[in-house]
Design a protein around this ligand. Structure first.
Ligand code: ATP
Ligand code: MG
Length: 721
């Protein structure tokens, strides 16, 4: 029974309200950045529930990160209370892996299938290359994987690949490998990331009854960031929505930045063809940014040829002009960005987490990390090599994976002789050969190792290994906690012992990391009513870069522009705006895609609420050599009326210490200090307008303002010790 309209609709403007209270039939929202698309999606779910148009379990909401799903869930909870539990919300990968676990048997998998990450996939491909006598140094597993992944995202299966793509030798090799790779995955009871999207399509197409079950279940489907869906994602949601057509997609074609992963703007453009009676609601008011920032974003994006016409305006203040920092080199750049952060904190009372430094590629973070550390400013690095990708962590996870899915060949090969237990390469090769020849699973062979024709001592070792895994699995199944079993496994396998005995600094760090993983397991156990190892492993394998961003952590955020999608910060620094960096030039044999780079720049600009900085360096170390850099063409496209340029010093950083000349820069180098040295903030403005810190004999007395490496600025209240 529908109820009277809820109070919370008053948090929305007229257009947003119209979209949020649309209850049936296809709905398309194409709108600019910061216009409340995500907010509307959230409110619409709350509205559907509150008005009894759907039960929580009948709503499927697909977001681009797990974090976005969690936030939406919380927000809905706040709007309507307990009625919000039981929603299906998450990334495509996490939602569909959940469905696949229920239905795995129907397409020839076991419900405990493993998820191969990129490394596992590439290793599996490398093995196949070797078996076919190709040299993996010449034919790169990474390249083949990429080609296979592209094909999968377009729903091109091995059989069709031959006819679609075989133009070059590389295509020919890819076709062969793709076919074997899919068989290997199946034998290992494993799916790679792309399979999590294409296997559901297969499932639904081959089993209309299963499809109908889920069509009836998910009466309402909502998708955020629709411009970044690929063909497989399009297809699977189209299938699910076919019966009721209650599908709502929101997106911004100007923010499509994942075409390298197969994202296809056509999905958004074709929505109205697919659903002829689709309702379209525009959202035109931006709530996020100042007028100048919007004007800046607009001047950039309108250089792109293809885009959907949209209006975007804001009622917010005009704000500050955009600042462009011209730097001598990347160190200069990092120092000046950090100085600006300090200044903004002092002028406006901002906290560390009000700032984001956005760059094009992960390796750019290092110099900023150093500069922030030197100034004692806490930061969080989002992305880069993840904790879960570290060797020792992947080792332990492989052990754990075998307890859930012993058929996982990559996990098995990774740790069967790690730590070394006398099962050499020769033995492993013999086992692999036998497995391929007899078309058997590797696990099947080593389980029946007695009958195999192998080196005797190795046989005994394999026997012990299999027994250990089997025993631990029995323990797990009989109810011993995941943490207990993990600890036992680390002991019985000799893994911890090997790290302790190695006793190098590196080994000790590894041991600490393994202990940290145990903490993660303990946390998982405590926070799940029915903790299950398969779920733990799945959760880990589907973490996205952005998921690691914690907005409440009192730290400056460092991330790539890609990871910043959907987020917002009071002050944003877009750094490294140089040709061949941002925009990225051609690489890995791929052509440059300037329109997509420009959309990426647009995404970066529109993350900013109040303060926006651009910066570039004239010199930069790249690949171990110093390069002269040209400023990004994008900077010339920005409306010049709203940009103020600040030139830095023309003197090389390392020469500056000796130079007693007046600094031409408005950025006094005296602001630099080593936090280990005693220092004192005079809390007064220098002639150039910056704060200065000066050395003192014994500065640490009560009342002194200090800068602490971890806690930031503060005042000494009392001295002791
Ligand atoms: P993006 O394109 O970057 O994903 P978006 O269109 O999804 O942006 P939101 O993130 O939903 O935009 O909203 C941008 C900001 O504006 C958020 O802080 C949101 O809370 C705020 N906002 C949106 N609509 C309103 C409104 N009607 N009143 C007040 N604040 C709003
Ligand atoms: Mg959004």
């Amino acid at each position: 029974k529908p109820k009277s309209p809820p109070d919370f609709l008053k948090d929305l403007n007229e257009q947003q309200r119209r979209a949020a209270s649309h209850t049936h039939g296809p709905l398309l929202i194409v709108a600019g950045a910061g216009s409340g698309k995500t907010r509307v999606l959230t409110y619409r779910i709350a509205y559907l529930l509150q008005q009894h148009h759907a039960l929580p379990k009948q709503i499927l909401a697909l977001t681009f990160t797990n974090k976005a799903a969690r936030e939406m869930q919380e927000r809905i909870q706040n709007l309507i209370g307990e009625k919000a539990s039981g929603l299906w919300m998450g990334t495509f990968h996490s939602i569909f892996s959940k469905i696949l676990r229920f239905e795995a048997e129907k397409i020839g998998f076991d419900s405990n299938f493993s998820i191969y990450d990129t490394t596992d996939s590439q290793n599996a491909i490398k093995l196949i290359l070797k078996e076919l006598n190709y040299d993996p140094r010449e034919i790169k597993p990474k390249t083949i994987h990429r080609k296979i992944s592209d094909a999968k995202n377009q729903l091109i299966l091995p059989g069709a690949y031959q006819s679609r793509f075989v133009h070059s030798t590389l295509d020919d090799i890819t076709a062969k490998i793709y076919e074997i790779y899919q068989i290997r995955l199946m034998q290992a009871n494993a799916m790679d990331f792309d399979d999590l999207l294409i296997r559901p399509v297969q499932l639904f197409q081959e089993h209309p009854d299963v499809l109908e079950k889920y069509q009836d279940r998910f009466k309402h489907i909502l998708i955020d960031e629709y411009q970044d869906t690929n063909h497989a994602q399009y297809k699977v949601t189209k299938l699910l929505a076919d019966k009721y057509e209650n599908i709502c997609v929101v997106g911004d074609d100007a923010q499509s930045i994942y075409s390298f992963r197969g994202a296809d703007i056509a999905n958004i453009l074709n929505f109205k063809n697919d659903y002829e009676d689709a309702t379209e609601v525009p959202l035109e008011q931006n709530y996020r940014s100042t007028k100048y920032i919007l004007q800046c974003a607009d001047s950039v994006i309108k250089q792109n040829e293809k885009q959907i016409e949209k209006t975007l305006w804001t009622d917010n203040d005009e704000g500050d002009t955009v600042t462009l920092l011209e730097n001598f080199d990347e160190r200069d750049e990092a120092n000046r960005v950090v100085n600006h952060i300090n200044n903004l904190k002092l002028q406006h009372g901002y906290q560390n987490n009000d700032f984001a430094i956005l760059y094009r590629t992960n390796y750019q973070s290092r110099i900023f990390e150093e500069a922030l550390r030197r100034k004692g400013i806490a930061y969080q690095l989002v992305g880069g090599l993840s904790f879960y990708q570290r060797k020792e962590i992947k080792d332990v996870l492989s052990y754990l994976t075998l307890l859930v899915n012993p058929e996982d060949e990559q996990a098995l090969l990774r740790i069967i002789n790690e730590p070394s237990r006398g099962i050499g390469n020769k033995t492993l090769n013999d086992i692999l050969k036998k497995a391929r020849k007899e078309r058997r699973k590797v696990w099947n062979i080593i389980q029946n190792v007695e009958e195999a024709d192998l080196y005797k001592p190795a046989k005994a070792k394999i026997g012990e290994f299999v027994e250990m895994i089997n025993n631990l699995r029995n323990e797990l199944e009989s109810g011993t906690s995941i943490l207990q079993v993990t600890k036992k496994m680390m002991e019985q396998s000799g893994y911890m012992k090997a790290l302790v005995e190695e006793n190098s600094a590196q080994a000790l760090t590894r041991r600490d990391n393994v202990l940290e993983l145990q903490n993660a397991i303990a946390y998982f156990q405590q926070n799940n009513s029915n903790p299950n190892l398969a779920n733990f492993l799945q959760e880990i394998s589907l973490i996205t870069d952005t998921d690691k961003y914690d907005e409440d952590k009192p730290a400056v955020t460092l991330m790539t522009v890609h990871a910043s999608k959907g987020l917002e910060f009071p002050a944003v620094f877009i750094v490294g705006l140089e040709e061949n960096l941002f925009p990225m030039g051609p690489r890995d044999g791929e052509e440059a895609n300037t329109e997509e780079e420009r959309r990426l720049f647009y995404v970066a600009i529109t993350r900013a609420e109040k303060h926006l900085f651009f910066s570039f360096s004239k010199m930069r170390y790249r690949f171990g050599e110093e390069h002269r850099q040209a400023r990004s063409r994008f900077l010339d496209e920005v409306d010049p009326g709203i940009v103020r340029t600040e030139s830095g010093s023309t003197i090389r950083q390392k020469d500056r210490k000796n130079s007693s000349t007046n600094e031409s820069s408005s950025y006094d180098q005296k602001i630099e200090y080593d936090w280990k040295q005693p220092l004192q903030s005079k809390n007064s403005k220098s002639s150039t307008g910056d704060f200065q810190y000066e050395y003192d004999d014994d500065p640490f007395h009560a009342g002194t303002h200090v800068m602490h490496p971890t806690f930031g600025p503060g005042k000494i209240i009392r001295r002791s010790g």
